[in-house]
Design a protein around this ligand. Structure first.
Ligand code: FUB
Length: 311
């Protein structure tokens, strides 16, 4: 929607953070990925409870980033024939009127079972999302990358890419226009390793000013020092050279901040980083809460460190 309309609705354009405050929704959720579908922002997170209880996903939507509506159970493990245990780290994208939600399912690293990155499709942002393939889109480790923590990015020329990887390795793949099959690069390969220094998990890609910004999480996700770093490249496939941290714990606000996504308010140079963090009162790994803050760019295009705010 036009910026003027969003301001009229109370959008916090020139505020430093959500007027709703952080966390901006109630409950333990993690790995938020934000999309803008028509005039609504949609946040798709992990239900943060431990693998055996992460059997469904909720979403949250808002027209102003302040007032949020909860959409319960938009994807359920019962609708994914190959999934046995755990859904997490969703990544939303829309193409040709279809809404895609990429997710990780099953814990193949620890359980040696079928699992990996799946894709579900819906006719509406709020679902219901249904498994598209009857099997994972990526079901094993390539280049050492655990098939989790994907982000899907469609470049200006229409080519879709998926960035993903846990276990300290990141890959990029091309998605075909059907969004449910993998393409190949010019050299005939399917999986390109792009791992930057310190990469652990939580891939995210966005574009600004013709440059490709790759973001990821460093540190252990259950620990206090989880943090987001980034690289800038001239191409969607890198090379991605680590430039430094964007988001890290603030001992006065929260710990374990990471697994982010980024959104630009259309028609502005206003950017928000969405992420999860652990309140200072919590020690349990899955006690993660959804937050967002303004993300500012320096004149040279580098990202200024994010200040985590409560209000
Ligand atoms: O939510 C489960 C895991 O925690 C994700 O895969 C990681 O990115 C970390 O946030």
């Amino acid at each position: 929607p036009p910026v003027e309309e969003m301001i009229a609705r109370g959008h916090p354009l020139n505020h430093t953070t959500a007027e709703a405050g952080n966390p901006f929704v109630t409950g333990w959720y993690a790995d938020p990925d934000i999309a803008l579908y028509d005039d609504r922002y949609w946040v798709f997170p992990t239900t943060s409870r431990g693998y055996d209880e992460q059997t469904f996903m909720d979403a949250f939507s808002s027209t102003d980033l302040v007032h949020w509506t909860k959409h319960s159970n938009i994807l359920d493990i019962a609708d994914i024939p190959w999934a046995r245990r755990a859904l997490w780290a969703p990544a939303p994208v829309e193409r040709n009127g279809k809404y895609y939600l990429y997710f990780a399912a099953n814990d193949i690293q620890n359980n040696r079972q079928l699992g990996g990155i799946g894709v579900a499709v819906a006719d509406r942002p709020e679902g219901p999302y249904k498994d598209a393939l009857g099997k994972p889109l990526i079901g094993q480790f390539y280049n050492g990358a655990q098939p989790i923590d994907q982000d899907v990015f469609i470049d200006d020329d229409g080519q879709a890419y998926m960035y993903y990887g846990g276990h300290s390795h990141a890959n990029v793949v091309k998605l075909n226009p059907d969004m449910i099959s993998l393409g190949t690069f010019e050299d005939g390969t399917t999986f390109k390793e792009i791992t930057p220094t310190n990469y652990v998990e939580g891939s995210f890609m966005f574009k600004r000013g013709g440059k490709y910004y790759f973001m990821w999480s460093e540190g252990g996700w259950t620990g206090p020092n989880y943090a987001v770093s980034y690289a800038i490249a001239n191409s969607p496939t890198g090379p991605f050279t680590r430039l430094g941290r964007v988001l890290q714990q603030d001992a006065a606000v929260a710990r374990g901040s990471g697994h982010n996504s980024v959104i630009n308010v259309p028609g502005t140079d206003i950017w928000y980083i969405f992420y999860h963090r652990r309140p200072l009162t919590e020690t349990e790994g899955n006690s993660r809460a959804l937050s967002y803050d303004r993300m500012y760019f320096n004149p040279d295009g580098t990202i200024a460190p994010v200040t985590m705010l409560v209000k």
